[in-house]
Design a protein around this ligand. Structure first.
Ligand code: FAD
Length: 327
């Protein structure tokens, strides 16, 4: 009988990704109802260091497969290893970061296990059947991001596997839980058809906006080359990341990963400065935990002013040009 909640411990360059602690929070929320054990699974040629990091996350058990070679990007081989691990662990729920890596590996795992995969959940809830058993309500934007749907795995199909969008849940803060059990699993690592030729740093990645202390958000009011140039210089002065509203991402001014809101990412910066953003609910959902909100908009009735701590009514081009002249 499948039992337990298992989190995929994604890692990069020897460190566990920050989103893993967020998934542990989701696991604890599920556990409040199901009372199941929480575990993490890690596959690496350097498991020991990663396990030390995972020990701080409030887990009951850590499953590890130590590989002889670095399996980074060899998703065909890693997905086989993970499928074998999951057959042995037999969890009822698997939580995976909705990242490129998570999506690439676990779509393959889903095929191998024949269990399905819900991609990009922004909310994970527990439902109870009449017989007292539990199931997971996997909520996510769908149909071109225009509606929210609840997906439920077919009864009797395990594990219920889903990717969860980074930044939606707060990282779990462990408070002196006991040490997790460490279980090394002997799993054969197959050859990979993927050969890593070279590694280059990403030109833009969500980490910059998700981890930034200050974020400048571009709205349609900043949608000209001149305005955007001012906005980027302004952000550079503040050492801020640049995010945007959906139209700004749709028009290609920023990469989709930097779109903020219900169907983009959720950010929690210390300071958020919205430039030419009207303040639609679908956008403000993604910034509601910002500590200090500043908005510039030429329309004094713009809804963004209802959530701003400080608001400036005026033309953002004039205001930014004035600010940058002083620098
Ligand atoms: P607008 O609403 O057009 O606002 C532009 C603002 O700029 C106006 O308030 C205007 O007064 C101001 N302005 C214009 N010129 C200047 C100037 N020179 N100086 C100062 N101010 C100026 N949106 C998101 O952002 N993120 C999402 O994740 C998202 N998900 C969605 C999901 C669904 C299901 C749906 C239906 C919509 C979603 N949207 C999302 C779209 C959202 O409803 C809004 O349409 C969008 O946020 C508006 O973007 P905006 O504020 O940039 O543009």
């Amino acid at each position: 009988m499948a039992k337990g909640i298992c989190v995929f411990a994604e890692h990069f360059q020897g460190n566990i990704e920050a989103v893993v602690a967020e998934l542990v929070s989701v696991a604890h929320l599920i556990r409040e109802t199901t009372k199941e054990q929480i575990s993490a699974m890690v596959v690496s040629d350097d498991c020991e260091k990663l396990i030390e990091e995972l020990k701080k996350l409030g887990l009951d058990e850590i499953y590890a497969v130590k590989t002889k070679r670095d399996p980074l990007f060899q998703d065909d081989a890693v997905s086989q290893v993970i499928a074998d691990m999951l057959r042995r662990i037999d969890p009822s729920v698997v939580l995976v970061p909705a990242t490129m890596t998570g999506r690439s590996i676990f779509s393959r795992v889903a095929v191998k296990l024949g269990c399905g995969l819900t991609a990009d959940c922004t909310e994970v809830l527990v439902g109870t059947e009449e017989d007292g058993s539990f199931y997971i309500k996997q909520n996510k934007p769908s149909f071109g991001e225009n509606v929210f749907v609840t997906i439920v795995t077919r009864p009797g199909v395990y594990p219920q596997m889903m990717t969860v969008r980074p930044g939606v849940y707060q990282p779990y803060e462990a408070t002196g839980e006991k040490e997790p059990r460490i279980s090394y699993l002997e799993v054969e690592v197959p050859e990979s058809g993927i050969r890593v030729v070279t590694k280059r740093p990403a030109v833009s990645c969500t980490d910059s906006i998700l981890g930034a202390e200050t974020v400048v958000i571009a709205g349609r009011g900043a949608e000209t080359a001149e305005s955007f140039e001012l906005l980027r210089r302004f952000a550079g002065h503040l050492d801020a990341a640049v995010g945007g509203t959906r139209p700004i991402a749709d028009e290609g001014w920023i990469p989709f990963e930097n779109q903020v809101g219900q169907t983009g990412c959720t950010i929690r910066p210390r300071i958020c400065i919205a430039l030419g953003v009207s303040g639609a609910i679908q956008h403000t959902e993604g910034i509601k935990d910002t500590k200090l909100m500043i908005a510039i908009n030429q329309d004094e009735e713009a809804p963004i002013f209802q959530i701003a701590d400080y608001g400036i009514v005026g033309d953002l081009n004039q205001i930014l040009a004035e600010y940058l002249k002083e620098k």
